[in-house]
Write a protein that binds this ligand. Structure first.
Ligand code: ADP
Ligand code: ZN
Ligand code: ZN
Length: 747
């Protein structure tokens, strides 16, 4: 480095620091000078200027300039320290390991892990920012009448004790204007408070419950789990797993360690956060994609400088939260595939990273599920680091609902060619008079999965993707076509573009069509649709579920998200219309995932006072998944599946890695795929791996981009046969993107 210009020798010379800035895809480091008084260290967040633009950047290294030396003229000075120790050195070390395994540069890994806005454009992030705090007042006299929603808001405040942040109320679906109305009527008072004070004053409201003997046994067993290991908590739905998490968390918090509880679906967050807040008050924070960027930043900050042991509830990205010391990580519904991020890079599974974190930094893991994943099952003691904890009884003492299989072949043979079988019709028809509710799983959203020609067999495809367009229907009966991959929309023609025939019709049934059929056949049944189209918005899930739970509908018709974790005590019937679509997917984990989903769905029925029932319509009543569902023998299913996979040396008895290529040009992408294959083939050979492909991806074109893939298989525990670091990318032609998925879920 060339130095010019003399420093005043009587002053302490400035430091030179390398600052990582978000510039370009990878980010880059630039050299800045900094007043020695700032005492900058690697890991500090600073404000600098790049081409006149104010940016936040991360100090990655510091050099001392010797006395009397000079600082290059062009070197600009750091403008200020934004946050000291913004990135903990140990956390960064851990993340570097993750980056290496994900074949991503450390910079891009950091960017993926840190909350948006942490780096980049400088914004004011004042620590003492005041937020609106809402407090309950003595009821005004005479008390003006309240709507039921206003009453609910007041109840929420009563439950919280001293008050709530307005934004927490907003997150629960109470608008700021509602709060304002209550304020003018004299029910509540609002004032601005710094984040730290208000939060501290929320006191826990609920004490721990006395545990059942099963729960106690689980707690005791967990005591024997050493640091860096964990427990697989296999408990049927409603058996009190969450209560166990809470009591384990309580112990950790009391011992001064932090706790992280992850849940796969954002829709499950509100229930869980409510439950945690009632128990632990203000030390509960939430971190997930439903939070605004600003909220995520604030939570992140609080975790870096916690004033007390914290409990963070979040979805998969919360696994990166920099809590230290971390005593306990819980993954609820650990089998759920939403824990996997397959795209964009980094491709990771929150469970793997959780393992990694507790091994690197201490702490213990709890994996909870009614249907544990096979991947975790094979990690049970004595071969692996997981002890088994079992909860076999529902707290309510209700037994699991019996499963009734409707053989659709019989229905057909008896001349009933309807989508909804007679037994299901009969059960649905009697719901309203009994005051009961049902949930119906329909694997597809929209009206019909595709539009086809009965004369020539032509199916209308998306112009940008290799998938059929789905028929959707508006409230007025107007129909249009939509692509579920790229959201392309199109009109529906009345003739086949291929042969001109008018025998051009929607095939199959999505959630919308099932609604329509039920409306036609069962007059007076009140239906509610629960899928990605109907649950839009920040609190879409919660609002719909609240409506259903308060008895505004008899039947909830939805896609897979319906099966997940909701507690709806009036539901006595859980039904699947076409189980076959779930059974016959060309995927290694198809059976496992189908059984998990069906058992999860079964768990929705009979959670309250009245016993439940499950009804499954299928053309394959003898399929092993259906048989195990009926018998309720999940363990037997796993044992069988483990044996199958072991014999065939399939995952998890081997390792897989998927290299996905995509590009606008079909030929360039195909060429890149074969070049990459030639590059990887010798590496595979050397390390005992083998290569499948290159081959077009199962959906070979999405949103106008061609997709190719290479599948690598190798021995368990062996490193990927890829060159280290991001060198693979450098060799790719422009316009072709590569994603490395080290342990793909879909195989
Ligand atoms: P899971 O997470 O296994 O579905 P939960 O922890 O949600 O089960 O428990 C189901 C229901 O039983 C909840 O309403 C919960 O409050 C209640 N519950 C759990 N444990 C106890 C206990 N020891 N005593 C009384 N009620 C309990
Ligand atoms: Zn045709
Ligand atoms: Zn498309």
């Amino acid at each position: 480095m060339k130095f010019s210009g003399l420093c005043n020798p009587s002053e302490k010379p400035p430091d030179l620091v390398e600052v990582w800035l978000e510039a370009g895809r990878e980010g880059r480091t630039f050299t800045y000078s900094a007043d020695a008084a700032l005492g900058l260290q690697a890991g500090d967040l600073v404000q600098v200027r790049l081409r006149g633009r104010p940016l936040h950047g991360l100090v990655v290294a510091r050099y001392n300039v010797s006395l009397g030396a000079t600082v290059p003229d062009k070197v600009q000075a750091v403008e200020g320290l934004v946050q000291q120790a913004a990135v903990d050195p140990q956390w960064r070390l851990w993340l570097e390991g993750v980056a290496e395994r994900c074949h991503l540069s450390v910079f891009r890994m950091l960017k993926a892990a840190l909350p948006a806005g942490w780096l980049g454009q400088a914004r004011t992030l004042s620590e003492g920012r005041a937020l609106l705090w809402v407090e309950r007042l003595q009821p005004p006299v005479p008390a003006p009448p309240l709507t039921s929603r206003q009453q609910q808001l007041l109840n929420a405040l009563d439950v919280a004790g001293s008050g709530l942040w307005q934004r927490s109320l907003e997150a629960s679906g109470f608008s700021p204007s509602m709060v304002r109305v209550l304020e003018t009527k004299g029910w509540v008072r609002r004032d601005r408070r710094p984040l730290s004070t208000g939060v501290m004053s929320v006191a826990p409201l609920e004490a721990a419950r006395p545990l059942t003997s099963e729960q106690q046994q689980v707690m005791q067993r967990f005591e024997a789990v050493p640091d860096g290991e964990g427990m697989l908590l296999w408990g049927i739905t409603g058996s009190g797993k969450t209560e166990v998490y809470l009591q384990l968390a309580e112990k950790e918090l009391a011992a001064g360690r932090h706790v992280l509880i992850l849940t796969p679906e954002i829709g499950l967050i509100p229930q869980l956060v409510d439950r945690c807040r009632r128990r632990f008050g203000s030390r509960v924070l939430e971190y997930h994609s439903g939070c605004r960027d600003r909220e995520r930043l604030q939570v992140w900050r609080r975790c870096l400088a916690p004033e007390q042991p914290l409990l963070v509830v979040g979805t998969r990205s919360a696994v990166f939260i920099p809590l230290s010391p971390l005593g306990l990580v819980v993954l609820d519904e650990e089998h759920d595939s939403s824990y996997k991020q397959a795209a964009p890079m980094p491709c990771y599974h929150a469970r793997d990273l959780a393992w990694d974190r507790i091994r690197a930094g201490g702490g213990r893991l709890v994996l909870g599920s009614a249907t544990p994943s096979l991947d975790s099952w094979v990690q049970l003691h004595p071969d692996g680091p997981l002890r088994l904890g079992r909860l076999t009884q529902r707290i309510s003492q209700q037994s699991l609902p019996p499963v009734h299989v409707v053989d659709m072949r019989h229905e057909l043979a008896e001349g009933h060619r309807r989508l909804i079988s007679r037994p299901l019709m009969d059960r649905l028809a009697e719901l309203p008079e009994k005051g009961e509710q049902a949930v119906i799983l329909v694997p597809r959203r929209g009206y019909s999965p595709f539009l086809g020609c009965r004369s020539c067999g032509e199916v209308v495809m998306c112009p940008n993707c290799d998938v059929a367009l789905t028929v959707h229907r508006g409230s007025g009966g107007r129909q249009w076509l939509r692509c579920h991959w790229c959201d392309h929309r199109d009109e529906i023609g009345n003739r086949c573009a291929h042969c001109g025939s008018t025998a051009f019709k929607p095939f199959g049934a999505g959630t919308q069509k099932v609604m329509e059929l039920l409306n036609e056949e069962l007059d007076g049944l009140r239906l509610l649709r629960f899928d990605r189209d109907s649950t839009g918005g920040r609190d879409g899930h919660r609002r719909l579920l609240d409506r259903f739970a308060s008895g505004k509908a008899d039947v909830l018709i939805g896609t897979q998200m319906l099966a997940k974790g909701m507690d709806l005590p009036q539901v006595t019937l859980a039904a699947v219309l076409a189980a076959d679509g779930l059974l016959h997917r060309p995927d290694l984990r198809a059976s496992e995932q189908a059984l998990q989903l069906l058992m999860q769905l079964a768990g929705r029925a009979g959670r309250g006072e009245r016993p439940g029932q499950v009804l499954v319509q299928t053309y394959c009543p003898d399929h092993p998944v259906i048989r195990h569902l009926v018998d309720g023998r999940y363990e037997a299913f796993l044992a069988q599946e483990v044996q199958l996979r072991r014999e065939a040396a399939l995952v998890p008895f081997s390792r897989a890695c998927l290299l996905r290529l995509s590009g606008e040009s079909a030929s360039a992408t195909a060429t890149a795929a074969s070049v990459l294959a030639e590059r990887v083939r010798p590496l595979c050979r050397d390390r005992g791996w083998w290569l499948l492909g290159p081959a077009p991806a199962p959906v070979a074109r999405v949103a106008g981009r061609s997709r190719w893939q290479l599948l690598l298989h190798g021995p368990v525990g062996s490193p990927l046969p890829l060159p280290p670091g991001p060198t693979l990318w450098d060799e790719l032609p422009r316009g072709v993107a590569l994603a490395v998925d080290p342990d793909p879920l879909e195989l």
